[in-house]
Each structure stands twice: as C-alpha cells, then as structure tokens.
Ligand binder design. Sequence first.
Ligand SMILES: C[S@@+](CC[C@H](N)C(=O)[O-])C[C@H]1O[C@@H](n2cnc3c(N)ncnc32)[C@H](O)[C@@H]1O
Length: 334
Amino acid sequence: MEGFLISKTMFTSCELGVYDVLLGAGRPLSAEEISQAIGASLDGTERLLAACTGLQLLNTHKDDGRVLYSNTDQASVYLTRSSPLSLFQSIQYNSRTIYFCWHHLTDAVREGRNQYERAFGVSSKDLFEALYRCDEEMVKFMQLMNSIWNICGKDVVRAFDLSPFKAICDLGGCSGALAKQCTSSYPECTVTIFDLPKVVRMSREHFVSEADLRISFHQGDFFKDPLPEADLYILARILHDWTDERCIELLGRVYEACNPGGGVLLVEALLHDDGSGPLTVQLYSLNMLVQTEGRERTAPQYSALLAAAGFTNIQHRLTGKIYDAVLGHKEVRD
Ligand SMILES: C[S@@+](CC[C@H](N)C(=O)[O-])C[C@H]1O[C@@H](n2cnc3c(N)ncnc32)[C@H](O)[C@@H]1O
C-alpha cells in the first residue's frame, strides 16, 4: 500500500541532489551541511536522510555524538548524476512525468486508454506528439530511454549471435544507446538509426558523436515512409507502444524492406506465457496503459505478431534482466 512513499523518497532525494552533494564532498556530511548544500530546511532534510538510510541508500556514521551520512555503493552507482550507470534522468522522468500519469490509473483502467489529456492537458491522438509536447520533454524522454541500455544493453544484443547481420537498422532507435551496444559487440556491423525527424536532430546534437562512423541516421515515420534496406531490424521497446493491429502493420513494412535471409530482433520485457509474472512486467503493462496505446506481451504473443507479418523460425531468449529478445527470420526465398 505504501510503496509510493518509497518511490517518492528516492525521487526527492535525487532531485534535491543529496547523492551528488555527498559524492562531491568526498567525506561523510552532517544533516546540517547537507541541508545547506541542497538549500532545504534542516527539519525536512533530517527526516529525508533518515528515510533514505532506512532504504539503504545512505550509510550513517557516528562522529563525536553527531550523525554523519555517506552514499551506499548502490546510491553512488545509480543515483548520482555523473556515474556512467546513472539512473538519475530516468528517476527524474518517473518523478515528473510517469508519476502524474499514474495519478490517473483508476481512470485509465476504467476507460482502457492513456491519460495524457488528464495529466498534462494534451491530446494523445498522436501518441508521440503528446510524449514530445515540447523539446524539453523530448530530451527527458530520450534520456530515460538512453540510461537502461548502459546497464543491460549488452545482454539483449548478445542474447542471440547477431554477427551474420552486417547492416542493422534500429527502428525507433532514439538516442542510439542500443546502436552503440551493437557496434561494440559486433565489430563488422553498421547501424542506421531510424526515428522521427526531431528525434534524429536531437540524437545527432546530444547523444551520438559524429566520430562514431559506424552509426548513421535516417529520419522518417516508420508507419508511412520507406524503410531503409537492412539485414536486421531491431525494434526495442517499440511494439509495446502499439495495438496488435499497428504492430502487424509495422512488422509487415519491416518484412517488405528486409533483405532475404535477414531478420528482426524484438527487444521487450516478456510476460510469462500464462501472464502470471514477472511482477515488474505486469506493472510495466499497466504503465503502457496509462502512457501508450500498447501493452506488454508474452513470447507466444510476439511470435504470433511476427508470424502474421511473414517472419519464420521465431525464437526467444530470456536474459535474466528486465528486457529479453525475440528473433524472427525472413527466408532467403519467399
Ligand atoms: C519507447 S521508445 C524506444 C526507444 C529505443 N528503441 C529504446 O529502446 O531505447 C519509441 C521510439 O520510437 C520512435 N517512434 C515513435 N513513433 C515513430 C514513428 N512513427 N516513426 C519513427 N519513429 C517513431 C520514438 O521517437 C522513440 O524513439
């Protein structure tokens, strides 16, 4: 019942910069020092630090009767802004965007649709117009997408041996984080990131270096514009945004564009076949309800979508992390 108190405590401590202050200080600090550094009341800071200690995000030390605080290892790795594995931006997005949509979960369940209109006063007729309602929101979303692949991107791109596929197209490739995992895991491949024009612009400006010669961009609408030819299409967290009908429409377009002998790799959080778990994915599916037009699915459900679009020899691999992989093939002759 009170799980949201835990999330909000973590969100607030991150947003106020508690973990950054402690990292920067390089020594344990008192509540007074932290409250001054984050510009917050002493009373509020003391309560926040106590709760963070209870959550094992902070360690306490006794010094001459004073209590001093330092980051736990996990907090240093995941909650500080500067860490290479930082989840800071994801936490910000959860706190400032997703949390507001979840405020309307009851309405979402009753109505069976996302809650952008109620949460932010924007129409969700075009889903990504709502998500990208201003440049600032778009960058935040891209940062959210980016961070997880630094943690578990390698697992999904190595779930299958993708080395036979030299020309890869990452459809809806966003900030390029997964494209980078591909080029580092498969030295012979090149990756084209296909995404909406404004996402491509932002990705070029802020996320992918021009020096990264094996990654290129192609802008367009994957439901309308011609898709670049490729041996392998990666659709990471794409199908979970859409209804079955739209998924089959998109996969059909991918099948047409795909070189014979090529394939498609879906990267998604898979539900157990009977839907009985994992809990994280069940919750993600509710999140898809409040935020998108889609849902999380089981491996057989993804296989059925791929088969409906013409793909064969469909296999899936669980990575043991949040995201899994489903690979389908286009036969050499069809
Ligand atoms: C949920 S995000 C997934 C991003 C990335 N694949 C990942 O896993 O980090 C969906 C991506 O699809 C892109 N997208 C949505 N609709 C699109 C369309 N009609 N044409 C091209 N890209 C689209 C979005 O801009 C976004 O980058």
